[in-house]
Write a protein that binds this ligand. Structure first.
Ligand SMILES: Cc1ncc(COP(=O)(O)O)c(C=O)c1O
Length: 455
């Protein structure tokens, strides 16, 4: 029988998986460690149970006691899972930018959640850390876990995450790419791996608006601003974070992070949050510069389900200008997709006779034929006109095209949206001539539009 005593026993030992499709064009191997498969759905399960165990051993929490924590959500969930198993009460403070799913999840796990404003200074009494400290002071028998200064946070990763990665990769690792919230993962797993693997590069992955990249590259913090990715980046360096372990740090925008999270879902079947997007964008940037035999590893930090109302919601993405709208199809795009591309425009001189013009339409299987005078397009002969002439006139060999032709087909620039051309063709225009540049024209028909839209 393979039975575990509680869910706390199945934290960790998460698998490594190779990325196959988002790595197109990259020679080396890129692995992700699936921390989303922990029982609480994130890498923070590791520190949740570990910090409580250490607090129990130190006599800081007593049976039936209360634990207080400031959290972007995942540490709260990790703690809530452990508190549920161990029978503690949990109070979490959370900045208001965090997803409603995380708040509901914490409440579902039995925690009390207090939401605080995001855009306040770290020393403001309304800040989520200050609020948690005050609640811990005011609640009898409460213990403030303080993941931002608690050495047991990096220690959990030093004792568990780091050794797992060493074992799973056999020590064959050239770069470890890691994002920093508390910096516990970096300072624990990163430190362990750097001690054990010679030449290992540790590269930070930092959301745009956070200070870490500037600290690593310029030795001082940059201006900060609010960003949408949750759980990582900072406006100060917490006590648990040791940026000196970083060989480099890469800034990733919200847009790039969320787009990558969407690609991970659709191309790799990995449904993760925005911080994983940040990790993978940075890991691919590192991997792009490495040879085929190299290996890069980063983490899938948490479950994508935690952000269903955000990064997986097109309205939210659009409202925040984060959605990469598909580039609209243009006339040039339609032409680029057809097989007969490259053929010169077939036309007939205005002084040709109608019989020859109709014969040309028949031979080339054309429904309309532009009429030219010198280089200029002056008219058009269509299949309707041809039918009418064939059955009602006898003098086709002597009748000149210019005597019967209709108005010329409209000439449209190559960047005209295909939608605009579709609307013209559905309202009676037979076809349009598209300017491919330098005055070179080609004909675009209803058939071309249908063919292009079917792709
Ligand atoms: C979603 C997510 N990813 C990554 C991290 C970063 O982990 P660490 O605090 O160990 O730096 C966090 C931390 O809160 C997180 O919530």
């Amino acid at each position: 029988m393979e039975i575990h005593e509680s869910v706390l026993d199945v934290i960790g030992d998460t698998p490594l998986v190779r990325l196959r499709r988002v790595t197109e064009g990259i020679a080396c191997k890129v692995f992700v460690k699936l921390e989303n498969l922990n029982p609480g759905g994130s890498l923070k399960d590791r520190i949740g149970s570990y910090m409580i165990e250490k607090a129990e051993k130190a006599g800081k929490v007593k049976p039936g006691g209360t634990i207080v924590e400031s959290t972007s959500g995942n540490t709260g969930v990790g703690l809530a899972v452990a508190c549920a198993v161990k029978g503690y009460r949990l109070i979490c403070t959370m900045p208001d930018k965090m997803s409603q799913e995380k708040i509901n999840l914490l409440r579902g796990l039995g925690a009390k959640v207090i939401v605080t404003p995001t855009a306040v200074a770290p020393d403001d009494p309304r800040h989520y850390v200050q609020t948690a400290k005050r609640i811990a002071r005011e609640t009898p028998g409460a213990h403030y876990i303080d993941q931002f200064n608690n050495p047991d946070n990096p220690e959990a990763h030093y004792r568990n995450t780091g050794p797992e990665i060493l074992r799973q990769t056999g020590g064959k690792l050239d770069a470890f790419v890691v994002s920093m919230g508390t910096g516990g993962t970096l300072s624990g797993a990163g430190r362990f791996l750097k001690e054990k693997i010679k030449g290992l590069r540790i590269v930070g992955a930092d959301p745009e608006g956070s200070i870490y990249t500037s600290i690593v590259r310029n030795g001082k913090p940059s201006e900060t601003h609010v960003y949408k990715v949750e759980g990582i980046g900072h406006d100060y360096v917490p006590g648990t974070c040791d940026p000196s372990l970083l060989d480099d740090c890469i800034t990733v925008t919200d847009r790039a992070a969320f787009q990558m999270a969407r690609r991970l879902a659709r191309e790799e079947g990995i449904f993760a949050g925005g911080s994983t997007g940040v990790n993978v964008v940075a890991a691919l940037e590192v991997a792009r510069k490495l040879p085929a035999e190299a290996t890069v590893l980063t983490l899938v930090c948490d479950l994508g389900e935690r952000y269903l109302s955000k990064q997986w919601n097109d309205d939210w993405m659009r409202d925040n200008q984060l959605l990469e709208e598909a580039t609209p199809l243009t006339a040039a795009g339609v032409i680029g997709q057809r097989r007969r591309e490259g053929e010169a425009l077939v036309s007939v001189p205005a002084d040709a006779n109608v019989r020859d013009a109709i014969e040309l339409m028949r031979k080339r299987d054309l429904s309309q034929l532009p009429v030219r005078k010198g280089d200029a397009i002056v008219g058009c002969i269509s299949e309707n006109q041809a039918i009418d002439l064939l059955f009602n006139r006898k003098d086709l060999a002597t009748l000149r095209v210019e005597a019967v032709m209709g108005p010329p087909l409209p000439v449209m620039p190559g960047d005209t949206p295909a939608e605009e051309i579709a609307s013209m063709l559905s309202r009676g225009t037979k076809a349009v001539l598209v300017d491919k540049g330098k005055g070179e024209l080609t004909m675009l028909t209803k058939f071309d539009l249908i063919h292009a839209s079917a792709r």
